[in-house]
Write a protein that binds this ligand. Structure first.
Ligand SMILES: Cc1cc2nc3c(=O)[nH]c(=O)nc-3n(C[C@H](O)[C@H](O)[C@H](O)COP(=O)(O)OP(=O)(O)OC[C@H]3O[C@@H](n4cnc5c(N)ncnc54)[C@H](O)[C@@H]3O)c2cc1C
Length: 620
């Protein structure tokens, strides 16, 4: 039996983090003394008081700004977070049995389901353990570049193929450069082939693969037509509050697992991973799984971490994504599973978190409240933005309004106008055009009215015959709302949005009762930051060395995003599960994903003349 690596304060990342915290506190005191600029006793008082969260948890008290200036991790790094401290080893006498496999996949969401199938296809004896009673999944959009389906739609003339090199550049720009660009290129090259593989894998399941037609098509922000989803003939396209029937992950993951079972994968539920096992500083050798009193040791040649994100661990959320506390609600099905167990376990044996911070979170407006590109006001009735922006940005901007509240305002004609603009290909977008609209299928007003009724029943959408009545029902200042609507109608009549520059073709007047006010609810869906990884899906240590035998895929992986979730490619979270899940599965099984997954040819297009600005015209 391989010995469980003993983690103590002298090894692994927790030691490093501890040192950063302690060092900062020390530096802070020294810095204040050297500069002689801190009020007498400040450093000591701060360290001594220790009453706020940071200093209470900190190794040596709060760090001052001088020390933080030298600290790449920011103020958060000064705190010794409890999750960084490895728990005591599990005593050998509590381990009631051992078992040998080639590949152990931890977590059975989309990423784990994909990784387990890929490992089994590569010939590995594969066990996939899951702490819940069954697999988990949600939503359904999956990004893949240049898949056969995309190429087919391009050939049929639905759209021009995206410029994938340019997408990578824009994703990098959205993250203000804080990404590992080779990972973005790996995805760009491999995701199409992985989607083709998935389509073939579930071909016998009765699922229909298709592309989402509802991406944004205006000029102000870009979403690309590269979003796939699967559905069956029982589909109910009324997609409310993340619940789908016959659609997306609810049908796709079981179909993937069915194929995994045929290949001999064992899916073992109600089996939490408690510790990763590592041979000193050498390879990972397996895991201890199960609960106290019934632990089992699984010896494995490779372990794949596919345990999703950590947003249900408040401390980790505060550490890596403090902005997420602005979100109005949290939606992840099932609730409470994303506790970052394997982020912690990987860090306890030497794995590192991505270096760029803050991590990015997927925060979207709840669909159904019909925010769309209608007029948005805060509770004072004031307009505060160009409403023609992506749902992620709206969710963020909204949180800075008084009480964090904002409403979308529209009238009896607006939904028809919006539907028409989607059908005409000038609107659209995530949480805007219908979530699962297919090419050739018009905007479905029946679906829309069902969503509206559901939101009225939930008390999030209000209807009234006058603006005064609407304001009262929604809790908006009536005078402010009436003044703003009058101004908005003036701009619509003029055909120019002097105030916020919204496109004239979507400036629809609000003058026909009944009027509607939908409360914008920003919903925290997922964290999109995590463990440091390379393009082969190894988990890396603090020195960026791969940890032998330890892989990551899906939301648990990091370095692909930073700061804010880019909506350029709707469905990238799932896209990463598919592409990096397959890469991790093949490599963990001893294969070579680099060779086995074909690369997409990506041509860096010449910039069209019309897109060039500020060019110098040669003088005659
Ligand atoms: C309503 C909603 C809709 C969404 N729609 C989309 C969409 O359309 N497109 C998109 O790209 N993204 C979408 N997302 C985000 C997306 O669902 C996630 O990013 C993605 O599901 C992550 O998949 P995963 O397999 O990495 O993790 P998960 O699906 O979270 O799976 C991880 C699994 O690991 C298990 N686990 C955790 N710890 C342990 C442990 N210690 N031992 C054993 N098992 C463990 C968990 O129980 C879980 O089942 C949506 C999110 C929400 C909430």
């Amino acid at each position: 039996m391989k010995k469980e690596r003993t983690m103590n304060a002298a090894s692994g990342v927790s030691r490093r983090q501890f040192l950063i915290g302690a060092g900062l506190a020390g530096l802070g005191a020294a810095g204040a003394g050297l500069a002689g600029c801190a009020p007498s006793g400040q450093a000591g008082a701060a360290a001594g008081k220790g009453t706020d969260t940071a200093s209470a948890a900190s190794a040596g008290g709060a760090a001052d700004s001088a020390s933080l200036a030298n600290n790449p991790l920011g103020a958060n790094a000064a705190v010794e977070w409890t999750f960084m401290t490895p728990p005591a080893d599990i005593p050998a006498d509590q381990i009631t049995g051992t078992e040998d496999v080639d590949v152990l996949v931890v977590g059975c969401g989309f990423a784990g389901a994909i990784a387990s199938v890929a490992a089994a296809q590569a010939g590995a004896k594969t066990l996939c353990i899951e702490k819940c009673t069954t697999y988990s999944g949600r939503g359904g959009h999956i990004t893949a570049y240049g898949s056969k389906i995309v190429k087919q739609y391009v050939e049929e003339g639905w759209f021009k193929e995206a410029d994938y090199a340019h997408i990578v550049r824009r994703l990098t720009e959205w993250a203000t450069g804080r990404v590992k660009e080779p990972l973005l290129w790996q995805f760009a090259k491999k995701s199409g082939a992985c989607m083709d593989w998935l389509v073939d894998l579930v071909a016998d399941s009765g699922l229909q693969p298709t592309l989402w037609a509802g991406y944004y098509k205006g000029p102000d922000y870009t979403e690309e037509p590269i979003t796939h989803f699967f559905y069956d003939d029982t589909t109910d396209f009324v997609y409310l509050d993340g619940v789908s029937k016959g659609l997306g992950m609810a049908v796709l993951i079981p179909a993937v697992i069915e194929q995994g079972e045929k290949l001999g994968v064992e899916y073992r539920y109600e089996t939490p991973c408690a510790r990763l096992l590592r041979d000193g500083d050498g390879p990972v050798t397996g895991a201890i799984v199960g609960d106290e009193g019934s632990y089992q040791q699984i010896n494995a040649k490779s372990v794949i971490v596919a345990t999703g994100d950590y947003l249900d661990d408040d401390e980790m959320r505060t550490r890596y994504q403090p902005f997420t506390w602005h979100a109005d609600s949290r939606l992840y099905i099932p609730f409470g599973i994303s506790t970052g167990d394997l982020h912690k376990q990987a860090m306890w044996i030497g794995g590192a978190m991505q270096p760029s911070e803050p991590h990015c979170a997927t925060i979207h407006l709840e669909s159904g409240a019909q925010s769309y590109n209608f007029l948005h006001v805060n509770k004072n009735g004031e307009r505060f933005m160009n409403e023609d922006v992506n749902t992620q940005s709206k969710s963020c901007v909204k949180s800075y309004q008084p009480e964090g509240k904002a409403f979308t305002i529209y009238d009896a004609n607006s939904l028809e106008s919006f539907a028409q603009s989607c059908n005409d290909g000038i609107s659209g977008g995530i949480s805007s055009d219908q979530q699962y609209r297919r090419f050739g299928v018009p905007f479905d007003m029946d679906v829309e009215l069902k969503l509206r009724q559901a939101k009225i029943d939930q008390g999030l959408l209000f209807q009234a015959d006058t603006l005064d009545e609407l304001a009262e029902k929604a809790g908006i200042d009536a005078a402010g709302l009436k003044a703003t609507v009058a101004r908005y109608n003036e701009l619509a009549a003029k055909g120019n949005d002097d105030d916020f520059g919204k496109r004239p073709e979507i400036l629809w007047p609000i003058d026909t009762p009944p009027y509607f006010a939908g409360q914008l609810v920003s919903t925290l869906l997922a964290a999109s930051g995590g463990l440091r990884q390379d393009t082969a899906c190894h988990i890396l240590d603090e020195e960026n060395n791969p940890i032998e035998g330890l892989y990551v895929c899906g939301a648990a992986g990091g370095e692909y995003f930073s700061n804010d979730y880019p909506t350029i490619c709707p469905g990238t979270n799932h896209g990463r599960c598919l592409t990096f899940g397959r890469i991790a599965g093949i490599n963990a099984a001893g294969g070579d994903a680099e060779k086995e997954i074909a690369d997409l040819d990506i041509t860096s297009a010449m910039m069209p003349e019309a897109n060039r600005v500020n060019t110098v015209t040669a003088s005659a």
